[in-house]
Design a protein around this ligand. Sequence first.
Ligand code: ZN
Length: 510
Amino acid sequence: MAKKQKTAISPTRTENYPEWYQQAIRASDMAELSPVRGCMVIKPWGYALWENIRRELDERFRETGVKNAYFPLFIPITFLEKEAEHVEGFAKECAVVTHHKLEKGENGKLVPGGPLTEPLIVRPTSETIIGDSFARWVSSYRDLPMLINQWANVVRWEMRTRIFLRTSEFLWQEGHTVHATKEEAKERTYMMLDIYRDVAESVLAMPVVCGEKSESEKFPGAETTLCIEAMMQDRKALQAGTSHFLGQNFAKASNIRFQTADKGEEYAWTTSWGVSTRLIGGLIMTHGDDDGIILPPRIASSHVVLMPIIRKDTDAGAILTYTHRIADALKKKKYHGRPVCVEIDSRQTGGARNWEWIKKGIPVRVEIGPRDMAENAVYVARRDASFRDAVSINRDRFIDGLPAMLDEIQQNLFNRAVAFRNANTRLIDEKEEFNRFFTPENPDRPGIHGGFALSCWCGSKACEEAIKQRLNVTIRCIPHNLPEAGETDTGTCIECGQKACRRVVFAKAY
Ligand SMILES: [Zn+2]
């Protein structure tokens, strides 16, 4: 038997996927859990990803007329009470501020003092506080549409936390819009979902299925929730972004009314939509391998690292000069609309240095030793290939060709992710096959289970609930376009057998 290949991350993805995820993040130096339970510290290598996501989204939001603003962190409890379903959905995970100062207690310990007459909640989402502003800002049809986005942190008290995927505090953007007509508000809901799809696929190289949530999975208080769903490498679904058509529910709750052109008065129509730092978790779980994280170039914290190799018998000054000249030339190049980001790592730690950058997922690594310099070359390795596949390339050819190489890596990562998703997506019409598909020990696919099952559903909550209870599988979305389903988008309900039902995406989910 062949000797087991040693990997940089232990355990491997197949050995223990959740543990691999934690270890891959630790090894990448992106983020860590903080002393505050359920909260994370995002380090520069991880935060740069968020800044890049933010820039990509902001550009697209702006093109559709959306402007950024900022609203308070605290929300009066009475605001949350205004929308019944909304309060129902969020009450169980709210952080509540009940005091406004600290006092010296026994043994000099600090204790909360000055109870608030009306407690405040830390925003779990901002529909109600932004709605309060909208009610004052909107008075006529001429004020509409109102298109606002905020970048903020929110708090949803989580008992079981997982870095980037489920934390009590996380970063996100939440867009909120007000419209004069239902049609326009609905159109906006779809428009923003398409922006999320575009950023997920063309920037994060993460293929997604777009669709609508079932009644039981939608946002509390929404009429319709649209979503993008991605498949992770453990074949579970990750909800990566949502866009809600709120009807007039929140307009009525917050009293957002406007005077129509013919001097009538109507309640407005609103939407909200958001993505969060969860996208970073999705990115890691879509592309990472057993040697760590792999960053798609368009979102990467940095594109290329230059590692000069200086030995005792070499002219260190010459190698460093050669390296810095290459860095300067690379920085003048543009990739995906921004200057190429270059790291120089001149620490002399041998193989460990190279492995550090592999684990950080930087798209391109370059080693520069005396022989490379003598040959006017560089020694180049791509993160989407094996570390053994490094090649020597002429210096100028490397510099000129880097943007094209980055594009190739970007495309390769996307193609890989699409191939993986397609290989784990099945059109299933037999209940027994459906059960086996989601059962760990199944004869159909030894060693692997789960994925996206495209199966039909009658629309009843009872069938949805029965499947969830039996297999821990939920309806991820009623897709707008089925991947690979072809013409067979109706059939009999996978649970109860009722005829002429709609095909939906079933999966286990994060
Ligand atoms: Zn049914």
